[in-house]
Design a protein around this ligand. Structure first.
Ligand code: UFG
Length: 339
């Protein structure tokens, strides 16, 4: 089965390519390297022994996309490519709406033209907005998101639902990720954002290797057990395997399906810091700061549906993810500085 992975050199995309190859899929990547590096292709090859076909193209470029579809004859698409920084999206809404929507439109047009019927969309728990209650099930209401980034996920889910209603023979999976963290155990793949990281784990990683002095804990007065924000942190390797299971599900012709991909367990910011210290032996200094705008107090998944219908079960816990994330960050820093 030949799968197009857009954004396949990014954080979740690259781990998914590894998982797909390990499970016998033929992988073709389109990535414009906006937030990724071509060396990731070599690393996927080092891990799996297989070098995926790679096109350095922008998914919005419909003419190039048509050429690729004509040549490759895809059976399925997994669409990761997109802008994803929540704060940046508030400042540059047009850039976010244009890029995330246009790339999806281009793919959908090619699916119609070249008769590709299977599509997996990289969505987010952000579509649940401020939850009325946790755990979040797939039936929890989809709300107006708290950022243009989140709104693109809500919009694309809606567009895919409308299109799925027309194309009765299409199979579409909306995968709502909770908080992906960790890295491949080889230390070759992981998340290494440029500049000051927005997300908690990349930030802690930089503190751990001494590039930043301390973690800013955004608020300790939330209605949670220790007052800090609670999230559902899922190891990226578990999340990646969820895509293999989703493709298997689509091969049974289910139409449109929606799954949460999380662990089902909430962990607070202070608990994350403690788990990180335990897993790595590195002391993480932190300071309590005011709340960050737009943050919800608590958000974690009900995993019942994915477990029952996909057989999805996480193998790794938060400490595994902290250890693997730290090892990647350390190795990446050394590689970049030729140590
Ligand atoms: N946090 C800190 N300090 C930091 C960074 C984060 O205390 O430096 C806290 C946040 O306040 C929150 C928790 O750590 O309580 C997790 O924050 P992240 O920024 O790592 O993740 P979010 O839950 O805010 O956002 C993530 C993804 C989004 C996605 C959202 C879906 O980054 O893309 O989950 O729920 F939309």
């Amino acid at each position: 089965m030949k799968v197009l992975v857009t954004g396949g050199l990014g954080f979740i995309g690259s781990h998914t390519c590894v998982s797909l190859i390990e499970n016998g899929f033929d992988v073709v990547i389109i990535d414009n390297l906006y937030n990724s590096k071509e060396v990731v292709l070599d690393r996927i090859e080092t891990i799996t022994g297989v070098r995926p076909t790679f096109y350095k193209k922008d998914v919005q470029d419909l003419e190039s996309l048509r050429e690729i579809f004509k040549k490759e004859h895809f059976d399925a698409i997994i669409h990761f490519a997109g802008y994803k920084a929540v704060g940046e999206s508030v400042k540059k809404p047009l850039m976010y709406y244009e890029n995330n929507l246009e790339s999806t439109f281009a793919l959908l047009k090619c699916m119609e033209e070249f008769d590709v019927k299977n599509f997996v969309f990289s969505s987010s728990a952000t579509v649940y907005g401020l939850p009325d209650k946790v755990p979040l099930t797939e039936d929890s209401p989809v709300k107006s998101a708290t950022s243009p980034y989140g709104e693109t996920k809500v919009m694309i889910e809606r567009i895919l639902t409308d299109i799925g209603n027309v194309h009765k023979d299409w199979n579409i999976a909306l995968l709502r990720y909770f908080n992906p963290i960790g890295a491949h155990k080889s230390g070759l793949l992981g998340e290494d954002p440029n500049g000051i990281p927005n997300n908690l784990l990349p930030y802690i990683n930089k503190v751990a290797i001494g590039l930043l002095p301390k973690v800013n804990v955004f608020g300790n007065d939330y209605p949670t057990p220790d007052g800090t924000g609670v999230r559902d942190y899922i190891h990226v390797v578990d999340l990646a395997y969820g895509h293999v299971l989703a493709l298997k599900k689509l091969s049974t012709n289910p139409g449109l399906v929606i799954y949460n991909l999380g662990t089902g367990k909430g962990t607070s910011v202070l608990e994350v810091i403690k788990a990180y210290e335990k897993a790595t032996g590195v002391k993480i200094n932190y300071v309590i700061c005011p709340r960050r705008d737009g943050d919800v107090p608590e958000n974690y998944a009900s995993t019942t549906k994915a477990e029952k219908e996909l057989g999805f079960k996480c193998k790794y816990n938060i400490e595994d993810a902290c250890r693997d994330g730290y090892n990647f960050q350390k190795a990446e820093f050394e590689r970049q500085n030729n140590k």
